[in-house]
Design a protein around this ligand. Structure first.
Ligand code: ASP
Length: 336
């Protein structure tokens, strides 16, 4: 029997057409499928055109629409494929990993660097890989691209133009396509620990700041008079920021005292932050209001902070939720 797959489309380059203003998403799901006839022959596909957006326009409201659509329909399907623009796909795959608690079927995001109508497109291979993963029975949220399948909350877009646009950070890919077909590493699959729940409440009033040498603490202090509820701050290396002459550490501690949640991570892409190594980091995390993101990607840290702000009713609960590994976004042992 053919596997039943739901294809949800949201726009992106994969579905784009040329216009006078550049590429604009315009193809419907059935138009996408006519370019890959073998998918309709191999799988029992149902389609849902959710919206047609460049993913730069996909924001928390659209994340909630995608999560709601999956929650309403997953029970009738073996797996779900979501086509999406590549630019913010790693944010969407990260937030869906938190919103779709214990999803029992594969949810696989994919897209492409060239539109599906282009003669040299990567869209068809990406769709073949995404459908194979969606039919595999492997539970979780994934991102399929360039013959690899990544855990959704570990994916980062690292290249603007090459087909190898995504990497899985601090965790190997969950699956790869080679002459043996789709080879899944089951050791990397997160088994659901309870019943499925849609938890889509979030608060997006947060900001991501990258520390630069000489960053003026007064610019951080200005956030106190705004709606800002959380800050993710990318520090140097394993974890450091200046306190000499311009005291960022005191500025962050004062913001934490005012009730803003501060999450610190590294501006390095690979490996974990550890603010206990250097004096410049240690001083910061001695403050109980400051949370380390450990080896999470920035995309996972940002979306998890938004999500935790929508889920937790106290600062203590938020901290314990943020520090728990919910979908394989943090390596469980100490610092990777
Ligand atoms: N700007 C496009 C988007 O993210 C890029 C892509 O899909 O590759 O929607």
């Amino acid at each position: 029997m053919k596997k039943k797959i739901l294809l949800i489309t949201t726009g992106g380059t994969i579905a784009s057409e040329t216009s006078e203003e550049g590429l604009v998403p315009g193809l419907s799901s059935s138009e996408l499928l006519t370019s890959v006839n073998s998918i309709a022959e191999r799988y029992d596909v149902t389609t849902k055109d959710l919206f047609q957006l460049d993913s730069s326009n996909i924001q928390p409201e659209e994340w909630q629409m995608i999560a709601g659509c999956i929650a309403d329909s997953y029970a009738g399907f073996d797996g779900i494929v979501v086509t999406h623009g590549t630019d913010t796909m790693a944010y969407t795959s990260s937030i869906l990993s938190f919103m779709l608690r214990n999803i029992p079927v594969p949810v696989v995001l994919t897209g492409s660097q060239l539109p599906i109508s282009h003669p040299l497109t990567d869209a068809k291979d990406n769709l073949f890989c995404a459908f194979a993963m969606a039919a595999s029975g492997t539970p979780g949220v994934f991102l399929a691209f360039n013959r690899k399948v990544l855990r959704g909350c570990r994916a980062v877009k690292v290249r603007t133009k090459s087909f190898d646009a995504f990497e899985s950070i601090n965790c190997p890919p969950v699956a790869k396509v080679d002459v043996g077909g789709l080879i899944i590493n089951n050791d990397l699959v997160m088994t659901p620990s309870g019943v499925f729940e849609l938890k889509s409440a979030l608060n997006s009033d947060i900001i991501l700041i990258k520390v630069i040498p000489g960053l003026n603490p007064g610019m951080l202090e200005m956030l106190r008079n705004t709606d800002c509820r959380g800050i993710v701050i990318e520090a140097f290396g394993a974890g450091g920021m200046h306190f000499m002459r311009r005291d960022l550490i005191s500025a962050l501690q004062a913001l934490a005292d005012s009730g803003i949640i501060i999450v610190v991570c590294s501006q390095c892409l690979y490996e974990s932050c550890d603010f206990t190594i250097y004096q410049t980091g240690m001083r910061l995390v001695e403050h109980k209001g400051i949370i380390q993101a450990r080896d999470m990607t920035t995309e996972a840290a940002v979306t998890k902070l938004m999500w935790c702000l929508g889920q937790a009713d106290s600062a203590d609960r938020l901290r314990s939720l943020f520090e728990s590994d919910l979908a394989g976004e943090i390596s469980c042992g100490q610092m990777a």
